[in-house]
Design a protein around this ligand. Sequence first.
Ligand code: SAM
Length: 282
Amino acid sequence: MSEAVLYVVATPIGNLADISERALKVLRSVDLVAAEDTRHTKQLLMHFVINKPLFSVHDHNEHQRVEKVLAELSAGKSIALVSDAGTPLISDPGFVVVQAVRKAGFPVVPVPGACAMVAALSAAGLPTDRFCFEGFLPAKSSGRKKQLKALERESRTLVFYESPHRVLDSLKDMAEVLGGAREITLARELTKTFETFLSGSLEEVITMVEQDANQRKGEFVLVLAGAKVESDDEEQAIAAEHVLNVLLEELPVKQAAALTAKITGLKKNALYQQALALQVQK
Ligand code: SAM
């Protein structure tokens, strides 16, 4: 297949039967395979009795490899780009190469297939009409909590990748920042023998993971429900309560209610009653 094309080929995420017919056809016909880990991909190709020259394209050499990829394409060679598992570029190397190949004017052709994020979403039982893929959260708890805080009001379903030695800590940070009642589905070992889905509130899922060490083994996708969207009225009420609380620190109830009414456009009498109730709570 000498036709100066870069194919971006998805490979299985555990179950080898998930390779597509088209992926096999492309892998059999290209001149070269660019792999995240050549030893790993050699094993995969051997399984399908495919023998191709391989070269590495990973996080640490991707910029240098652009030159080689462009030289091979210029010589009319076709290349398949693969990662260790799933779809290249999805929390995997390949972006730098794909961008450079496109800029140079060569065709980049996707050969779709397995992707852990999509597999998890498709079976998690949480809304899929709109979602955000967040990849891996920072390794340190402080960075993780900062990022989660920034996502606090995100109403779309959130999808994260996580490693086994951090999964419990990440779940705990999610509960601390977003509240233990938020719904989550933990998808583990997708397409493999021990595929498991744990669903419930963050608090419930944390307990399940704490009580069973097996639930901390393998590969994970965390599918987290988005924040509940407040209606305009609810948002206004929350904002008004905040203003009232701030003003009540400095002013008597009547004045605080009157000023809050001016700021928010809400009724003074209702705000006065609310201010009285807030004072009682203080
Ligand atoms: N490119 C891959 C894809 O398309 O999903 C993702 C590569 S990323 C480096 C690896 C992470 O994906 C793992 O740490 C895990 O979070 C997730 N993952 C990959 N395979 C998985 C599987 N079989 N089950 C659950 N999660 C998986």
